[in-house]
Design a protein around this ligand. Structure first.
Ligand code: NAD
Ligand code: MLT
Length: 532
């Protein structure tokens, strides 16, 4: 079997693949057309961030069985297209956290002491001691946005520098934040109190431009800002304005909304108070060896033994289990994703109840898929079908499974309640025919919805005209409705409407919807898409 390595990978990766008995070609920097021409020869493709595995490449990849990303980010892979063709997509999410944390701290120290600016000045033949007055970090406050794997390492390391750490992460349980010796605060309080701010969230629907004009306006005038997580979490234009007008003292970015970028791409590069690196957060010998060896071992195991590890689009179960409960695994992932998107606060407990014939099956993989679906909206590519239960454990989330052979209205039912520190929600689903997952309960509402792809959830008064007005508003906003379900309660004036739409409802259109008469609230959702 043949594997193509199409991005720069530490040599250990190639060695492991060859040692396992695979034929390996290394061909980096290929233009898309050339990759498309040669991809039919390969069973496996190893990438980092440069190769774009888009739909046309997947279309041409007639033999391809697995795409492996040495690292975390999978934004360069069309995962639904790969799933459609049965291609496993896997990543190596654990190998570069320490390196990325060290990069953020390096950026903070470089900003505090003007290291890049002073270097450039000396190289230009100058000796400008007066221009580069720095500041100590000792005793200062670091605000961390997103205190997961990397954020926690940063917190731990800077405490050694005698910094106080505060953090904003609504999904992390209070006890865990406390255990790190960190004070949890709201986002604007973090902006107001921090001397340095470091971002460590993934880019999600909710974190896109989370840090914008309002956030920077609340920062101290002498505070400094660092993002080594993902471009797009901050609004680069708003950061540019804040730096240019001297409303904050400095900023360091490793990641950008568009990568690669240049001065034409971001005017930030023209400012003296701005320093940067070209996405070097994971670029140490140690981290690259970690992710290269992890992905090579995973790919060899899959290609030669069929063992799936760290896959983001395939559960790690045998074909036999998949044949019996495959559609329930899909349903579980969908319900998890929906739960997280409608929940408020940090998750404390998950109760899964399986009833009907399903109770006789091994439902463990459904629970794993549920947890993967639950964490994906907030952790993105850092969660997969293997580490999801571990993440639940690390976050102190209690997961309880119960089974009963007795069924109520459905032959099989999966009923899942999620408790957070701010309340609880219950969703129930079943599978129609042999394949079709359906959501049949959302708290006290009965319905029959396909929880997949872009959706809109609307809470409205049960009066005539709402559906018409909703359809017209979405239509005028260019959003096509492909399916609609109305959920009713037994005795209530309130309904829910769940719409499947061809595209995601954009924020401006969502706010028009919420202003319509008799509509109480509306929420745009993005659920996983699976091949039928
Ligand atoms: P993680 O999943 O362990 O942690 C992310 C944290 O963000 C979680 O605790 C989550 O609860 C929190 N979060 C999610 N949504 C949030 C929101 N709306 N507000 C506040 N917090 C929120 O991820 P990680 O391994 O720590 O990685 C963090 C980021 O760093 C990822 O985007 C990853 O891709 C990126 N990364 C960058 C580099 C680089 O080269 N620059 C290297 C490695 C990782
Ligand atoms: C990742 O996604 O692992 C990091 O951003 C680093 C990289 O691009 O390899």
């Amino acid at each position: 079997m043949k594997v193509l390595i199409s991005d720069n990978l530490a040599p250990i990766g190639e060695e492991i693949l060859k040692k396992a008995g695979l034929e390996v070609d290394v061909n980096t920097g290929l233009p898309p057309e050339e990759l498309k021409a040669i991809i039919p020869d390969y069973d496996g493709l190893v990438i980092r961030s440069a190769t774009k595995v888009r739909e046309d490449i997947i279309e041409a990849a007639t033999k391809l069985k697995v795409v492996g990303r040495a690292g975390i980010g999978l934004d360069n892979v069309d995962i639904p297209a790969a799933s459609e063709k049965g291609i496993v997509v896997m990543n190596a999410p654990d190998g570069n956290a320490t390196t990325a944390a060290e990069h953020a701290i390096t950026m903070m120290m470089s900003l505090a002491r003007n290291i890049p600016q002073a270097t450039a000045s000396m190289k230009a033949g100058k000796w400008e001691k007066k221009n580069f007055m720095g500041r100590e970090v000792t005793g200062k406050t670091l605000g961390i946005v997103g205190i997961g794997r990397i954020g926690s390492i940063v917190a731990n390391r800077v405490q050694g520098l005698q910094m106080k750490v505060i953090a904003y992460d609504p999904f992390m349980p209070e006890e865990l934040v406390q255990k790190l010796g960190v004070e949890r605060v709201e986002l604007l309080e973090l902006a107001q109190r921090s001397d340095f701010i470091s971002v460590h969230t993934p880019l999600t629907k909710d974190t896109h431009h989370l840090l914008s004009t309002d956030f920077f306006a609340n920062m101290k005038k002498d505070a400094m800002f660092i993002d080594c997580a993902r471009g797009g979490v901050l609004d680069e234009e708003a950061l540019y304005e804040a730096l240019k007008e001297g409303r904050i003292a400095g900023a360091a970015l490793d990641v950008f909304e568009k990568e690669p970028t240049t001065l034409e791409g971001t005017p930030l590069l023209s400012l003296d108070s701005f320093i940067c690196t070209p996405h070097l957060g994971a670029s140490t010998t140690e981290a690259q060896e970690n992710v290269a060896s992890a992905i090579a071992e995973q790919m060899a195991d899959y290609l030669l033994k069929g063992a799936v590890r760290n896959a983001v689009n395939v559960p790690s179960v045998s074909d036999e289990v998949l044949a019996k409960i495959g559609p329930y695994i899909t349903l579980g992932e969908m319900l998890g994703s929906l739960h997280m998107q409608i929940a408020r606060g940090s998750v404390e407990e998950v109760n899964l109840e399986f009833s009907g014939e399903l109770a006789d099956q091994d439902t463990g993989p459904v629970a794993v898929a549920f947890l993967k679906g639950l964490f994906t909206p907030i952790l993105q590519d850092a969660v997969n079908f293997v580490n999801a239960p571990l993440i639940a454990k690390e976050r102190g989330i209690k997961v309880v499974e119960a089974k009963t052979q007795q069924s109520s209205d459905f032959t099989n039912l999966v009923r899942i309640t999620v408790k957070t520190n701010e309340g609880s929600n219950m969703l129930a689903g079943t599978v129609f025919g042999k394949q079709e997952p359906r959501l049949v309960r959302l708290n006290s509402f009965c319905l029959e919805a396909l929880p997949a792809g872009p959706m809109l959830l609307v809470y409205n008064k049960n009066v005539p005209g709402v559906i018409g007005a909703l359809g017209t508003t979405l239509g005028e906003g260019g959003v096509n409705i492909s399916r609609m379900t109305v959920g009713r309660q037994q005795v209530s004036e309130q309904n829910i409407i769940l719409l499947n739409t061809d595209t995601q409802v954009p924020p401006e259109l969502l706010s028009q919807v919420t202003q319509l008469d008799h509509i109480d609230s509306a929420m745009a959702l993005q659920l996983p898409v699976h091949a039928a």
